[in-house]
Each structure stands twice: as structure tokens, then as C-alpha cells.
Design a protein. Structure first.
Length: 143
């Protein structure tokens, strides 16, 4: 299972390794799912988005511009969040128990939080580069 890194100052290399381990753990989980139609459907979706976290983070690190990095980090955030959804659905559908996949669920939530924060920072930095001082936040939104 994935060893969760609690440091806030993870290096690019450490985060690449963490997302790689997450992808491997996802694939191992998918291989252990019961042979039921619902497990097959969920497992296929989870396999795609769980491995996409690592693949897209790698691509983001190789981005040719800040704009490209920002866009790709947004994709990583979405894939990590989608992984959380499918892992939770495995539990809700009775295809796995929280005891079996709780650590993987926690890791998907942590990765989502990391990449959400990274995405927000990248967007804020983009606006700063454009010379805009006030970066709107959700709490500033009228909705």
C-alpha cells in the first residue's frame, strides 16, 4: 500500500514516485476486485483515472510553459478527484470494504488536496505574471 508522505515540501521527484505508487496500487486493487459486472465497470474507470494521475503529473512536469503546466495540473487534480469517487463507489456498491481500501481512499484524497492546492497556486501565479493583483477566490464569489 502507498506510504503517505505528510511533508508539505515534497520535491517533484518525490511526488512523481508517490503518484507512481498510487497508480500501481490502483492496478493491484483492480486486479483483486470480485468478478461482478459492477466491479468490472468501476474497476475500468478507476484503472484509467488512477493511472492518469501519475501520467498527467509527469506530463505537467515536462510542460513547455507555465500555461501548459497550469492546464495539466488541473487535469491531474480532476483525475485524483475522480479516483476518490470510484474508490468510494467500490465501498458503497459492496465490491470492497473500507478496511480493504481505506488507505488507498485516504491517499486519493491527499493527492486531490495536493493537486488542488498546486492548481490554485499555479493559477494565482499566472495572474501575477499578467500583472493582475487581486486574484478572486471562491469566498469572493457571489454564488
Amino acid at each position: 500500500m502507498v506510504l503517505a508522505c505528510r511533508r508539505e515540501d515534497m520535491t517533484e521527484r518525490e511526488l512523481k514516485l508517490r503518484t507512481w505508487k498510487f497508480a500501481v496500487d490502483i492496478l493491484n486493487l483492480v486486479d483483486r476486485l470480485p468478478t461482478r459486472r459492477s466491479a468490472n465497470i468501476i474497476g475500468g474507470q478507476l484503472g484509467r483515472c488512477g493511472t492518469a494521475v501519475a501520467a498527467n503529473y509527469r506530463a505537467a512536469c515536462r510542460g513547455r510553459s507555465h500555461k501548459e503546466f497550469t492546464a495539466k495540473i488541473g487535469v491531474v487534480e480532476e483525475e485524483a478527484d475522480e479516483s476518490t469517487f470510484w474508490i468510494s463507489l467500490l465501498i458503497a456498491s459492496g465490491n470492497a470494504t473500507k478496511e480493504q481500501i481505506g488507505p488507498l481512499l485516504n491517499e486519493s484524497r491527499e493527492l486531490t488536496a495536493i493537486f488542488t492546492s498546486s492548481s490554485k497556486t499555479a493559477k494565482k501565479n499566472s495572474l501575477k505574471k499578467q500583472g493582475k493583483k487581486n486574484v478572486p477566490t471562491k469566498k469572493d464569489s457571489p454564488n
